[in-house]
Design a protein around this ligand. Structure first.
Ligand SMILES: C[S@@+](CC[C@H](N)C(=O)[O-])C[C@H]1O[C@@H](n2cnc3c(N)ncnc32)[C@H](O)[C@@H]1O
Length: 379
């Protein structure tokens, strides 16, 4: 048995002889045995398929640690702060945050509890190893729904590149209305075909209050609303910080995005064919931040900030983390490496310009003392 056989058998079992693209993506990424995120293969960083801000350099986590400390203080979330990370991957970001807090905020660090919500057993193992050196209470959950069922926290819920990893439906607008993209067998592999829109998706599209030009493709994450509901169930009081590539609906539905935003990452090559390496590569879509905000508002999460990553990190003091040095050799210099990483994190053509940060608040009215709200840099 392998992923090809699993998907082919499911296709064969359906009267349409096809499955919606979202189901294909779900199997390719999360099939319990053969899904990309379920396998024991490195995914993030040099030996994997893609880099994330967290894998670039610890300075990303250091900056987020400072921002989290401000939020715990501003929100009155001390003396027992909680940090939740969702989809933490290798655990690098959480480790960098804890390293920084241990050094810069020892009192806060000593009273901290960390909760990690991670779907991948492989990543949960890596996280346990990454955080071994930190003697703070740590809890793991395999799903947000399970965490929300058992916990209610006062604290900060953080994610970096979590929502872009959700399976999405793909639809295309034509003169005759919407068509959904389904996946069927073709030769030894798979191919897409246009078909009927599945009922829940049809409801979503009916409620869409936008003109979408003919020929345009959109991805729709129908699980986003439940995710916002579960985040809010988990959060009694505090902040939600969501970092990801994505845009508002206005930008996502712009004709210049005619082909949608679906992307695949295989050994550091970005491409647009989701059937090329099922189970061996990441498949992603941009996050619809308008929908994330809307669903959050329905659950009592109030947006307090939405901005590009470069602006957010600079407002949080990233540039002050650069170090002066007299080093000459760019290959061995730790200081030069750190300074280069800072530039990479705010590169307008890369991570800085493509990533967005949304901060939502629940039952805290504090805006004072949050440096990321300072308007020092253009958005
Ligand atoms: C693109 S990786 C990002 C990893 C890490 N945050 C980073 O920045 O390097 C996405 C992570 O989210 C996890 N994930 C995806 N869907 C999830 C879900 N519904 N609940 C919890 N974790 C999820 C994946 O297993 C993976 O670890």
């Amino acid at each position: 048995m392998n992923l090809y056989t699993v998907i082919r058998e499911e296709i064969a079992s359906r009267p349409e002889r096809a499955i919606p693209f979202s189901r294909y993506m779900e199997l390719a990424l999360y099939h319990p045995v053969y899904g990309y995120y379920m396998s024991d293969k490195p995914k993030v960083g040099k030996s994997g398929d893609f880099y994330t801000s967290a894998s670039v350099h610890p300075v990303f986590g250091e900056t987020l640690a400072d921002a989290a400390a401000e939020m715990w203080r501003a929100g009155g979330l001390l003396p027992a702060p909680v940090l939740v990370e969702i989809g933490g991957g290798t655990g690098a970001l959480c480790r960098h945050i804890l390293d920084r807090l241990q050094m810069a905020e020892p009192d806060l660090y000593r009273s901290l509890t960390v909760m990690l919500i991670e779907a991948s057993p492989y990543h949960r193992r890596l996280q346990e190893e990454a955080l071994q050196a930190h003697d703070v209470p740590k809890l793991w959950f395999a799903s947000l729904a399970e965490a929300a069922e058992h916990q209610r926290i006062d604290g900060v819920i953080l994610s970096n590149e979590w929502l872009d990893a959700f399976p999405v439906h793909v639809v295309e607008r034509s003169g005759a209305g919407w068509r959904e993209i389904w996946v069927t067998e073709k030769g030894d592999g798979f191919a897409e075909q246009r078909g009927e829109v599945t009922p829940r998706l049809a409801e979503y599209l009916q409620a869409l209050k936008r003109d979408v030009p003919n020929g345009m493709r959109l991805e729709v994450n129908l699980e986003l609303e439940q995710a916002a509901t579960d985040v809010s169930r988990l959060l009694n009081r505090g902040y939600v910080v969501t970092i990801d590539y994505g845009d508002t609906e206005e930008e996502l539905y712009h004709p210049s995005r005619k082909n949608g935003t679906l992307m695949c990452y295989y050994r550091h090559q970005a491409h647009e064919d989701p059937f090329a390496h099922p189970g061996e590569e990441d498949i992603t879509a941009h996050v619809n931040f308008s929908a994330w905000k809307r669903y959050g508002e329905r659950q009592g999460l109030r947006e307090v900030a939405y901005m590009r990553q470069d602006k957010f990190l600079m407002n949080c003091g990233l540039l002050q983390k650069a170090v002066a040095h007299n080093d000459r050799d760019p290959f061995t210099s730790i200081a030069m490496k750190r300074n280069r990483a800072i530039l990479q994190l705010i590169d307008p053509a890369g991570l800085g310009g493509r990533f967005r940060v949304m901060v939502q608040a629940k039952e805290v009215d504090a805006k004072a003392g949050l440096r990321f709200l300072e308007n020092g840099f253009p958005s």
